[in-house]
Design a protein around this ligand. Structure first.
Ligand code: GTP
Ligand code: IMP
Ligand code: MG
Length: 341
C-alpha cells in the first residue's frame, strides 16, 4: 500500500502532467486524486503520439482502471469540467471522474473579475481563470459548493471517505498537486503567487488525507527553471540566452511565453524541505543535453548529463528517482530500484 503525493518544486510547468502519467501507468494506483488550486493549471500529457492539455481532470486518466477524484480543496469550473469529460471520452472518464461535494464553484463572475482587475491581470499576471476571486469568495464564505449545483449531482462523491477507505484496504492512492512551490501563497514570492498554498501538506488536506497516511512525496523539478507571469526570479536568463540554449516554452492555459532561468539549488533545497520530499523527479534533461533525448536507461545518458544530475542530487540532498528525457511517457528513466553513480 502506498499513498504518494506529487507536487511542483519550482513555479509550475515542471512537467507534472508527464510524470503523473508515468507513475499512474506504471504503478497503477486504484485512486488518482487531484489536489491544488483549480483550472489555472495546464498539464500536458503525451502518449502514443497523442497530446492532451488538461486543467482539472487528474493527469493519470490514461490508467483507465483508476477512479479519478477531485478533492474539496480544488476549485471547479463546471464548463471546464464538462469540456474535459467530452475531450477525454476515448478514455471513459465519465463514470469514473467525481468531485467532492465541497469543491467550490468558479463562475463567469470570477473569471471576469480576474481579467478585469488590473492588479491581478497586469501586476500579478494571473491566468485569468477566476481562481483568485473564487478563493476570496470562499474565504468570505459566500461561494457555492458543488453540492449546491444540481447539474453536478451525478459527479459528486465523498472524496475523503473514498481515499481513506482505499488506504485502509491496502490500495494505492496517488495525489497530484498543481502549480509549484514558488507560487505558494505562504512560501512563494508573495504577492506574485497563486491564491493558495501549493505544498504537499495542503495537497493532502485538499483531498482529505491526514499527514500520518502519506508514504511518499515526489517533488518535481525541471532541469532548468521557467516562470510565467510577474515576480522575482533570481536565476533568470535573457530570452536571447534561453534561445541560444534552445529553450522556448509557452503556457498551456494562457499561451504566454515562459521566462527561463538556470536551476536554483538553494531554492530546490527549501522546496524539498517544506514539502518533506522523499524523491525528486527531474524533467527536460534532454533540453539541456539533446543527446539524451528519449533515453530510457541511465547508462544511455551522456557523462555530462550524469554529472549534472548527480551534482543536483548531492547538493539538494534528496534522491532523484525519475529522469524525464522527452514529453512522451516512454521517455523516462526510472531509478527507483537503483542508485545513481
Ligand atoms: P502545471 O500544472 O502548469 O505546472 O503543468 P505541468 O507541470 O504538467 O507542465 P506543462 O505541461 O505546463 O509544461 C511542461 C511541458 O514540457 C509540456 O509541454 C510537456 O509535454 C513537456 N515535457 C515534460 N517533460 C518533458 C521532458 O522531459 N522533456 C521535454 N522535452 N519536454 C517535456
Ligand atoms: P493565478 O493562479 O491565476 O491567480 O495566477 C497567479 C500566478 O500564478 C501567476 O504568476 C500565474 O502565471 C501563476 N500560475 C498559476 N497557475 C499556474 C500554472 O499552472 N503554471 C504556471 N504558472 C501558474
Ligand atoms: Mg502547466
Amino acid at each position: 500500500m502506498t499513498c504518494t503525493i506529487l507536487v511542483g518544486g519550482q513555479w509550475g510547468d515542471e512537467g507534472k502532467g508527464k510524470c503523473i502519467t508515468y507513475f499512474c501507468t506504471k504503478d497503477k494506483p486504484d485512486i488518482i486524486a487531484r489536489a491544488g488550486v483549480g483550472p489555472n493549471a495546464g498539464h500536458s500529457v503525451e502518449c502514443d503520439g497523442e497530446k492532451y492539455a488538461l486543467r482539472l481532470t487528474p493527469s493519470g486518466f490514461f490508467n483507465t482502471d483508476a477512479r479519478l477524484l477531485i478533492g474539496a480543496g480544488v476549485l471547479v469550473n463546471p464548463e471546464v469540467f464538462k469540456h474535459e469529460l467530452e475531450y477525454l471520452k476515448k478514455y471513459d472518464v465519465k463514470g469514473r471522474t467525481f468531485m467532492d461535494a465541497n469543491c467550490a464553484i468558479i463562475t463567469e463572475k470570477h473569471t471576469q473579475a480576474d481579467k478585469d482587475s488590473a492588479y491581478l491581470s497586469k501586476k500579478i499576471g494571473t491566468t485569468g481563470s477566476g481562481c483568485g476571486p473564487a478563493n476570496a469568495e470562499r474565504i468570505n464564505r459566500t461561494i457555492d459548493y458543488a453540492k449546491d449545483i444540481s447539474e453536478l449531482e451525478e459527479f459528486i462523491t465523498d472524496v475523503p471517505t473514498e481515499v481513506n477507505k482505499a488506504i485502509a484496504e491496502g490500495k494505492d492512492v496517488f495525489v497530484e498537486g498543481s502549480q509549484g512551490f514558488g507560487l505558494s501563497l505562504y512560501y512563494g514570492t508573495y504577492p506574485f503567487v497563486t491564491s493558495k498554498d501549493t505544498c504537499a501538506s495542503t495537497a493532502a488536506a485538499d483531498v482529505g488525507i491526514g499527514p500520518t497516511k502519506v508514504d511518499e512525496v515526489v517533488v518535481i523539478f525541471k532541469a532548468y527553471t521557467t516562470r510565467v507571469g510577474e515576480g522575482p526570479f533570481p536565476t533568470e536568463i535573457s530570452p536571447e540566452e534561453a534561445e541560444k540554449m534552445g529553450i522556448e516554452e509557452y503556457g498551456v492555459v494562457t499561451g504566454r511565453k515562459r521566462r527561463v532561468g538556470l536551476f536554483d539549488k538553494e531554492f530546490a533545497k527549501r522546496s524539498c524541505m517544506i514539502n518533506g520530499a522523499t524523491q525528486i523527479a527531474l524533467t527536460c534533461i534532454d533540453r539541456l543535453y539533446p543527446e539524451c533525448y528519449q533515453a530510457n536507461k541511465y547508462d544511455d545518458l551522456s557523462q555530462e548529463a550524469k554529472d549534472y544530475i548527480v551534482d543536483i542530487e548531492k547538493d539538494v540532498g534528496v534522491p532523484i528517482t525519475i529522469i524525464s528525457t522527452g514529453p512522451d511517457l516512454a521517455d523516462t528513466i526510472d531509478l527507483r530500484d537503483e542508485k545513481l553513480n
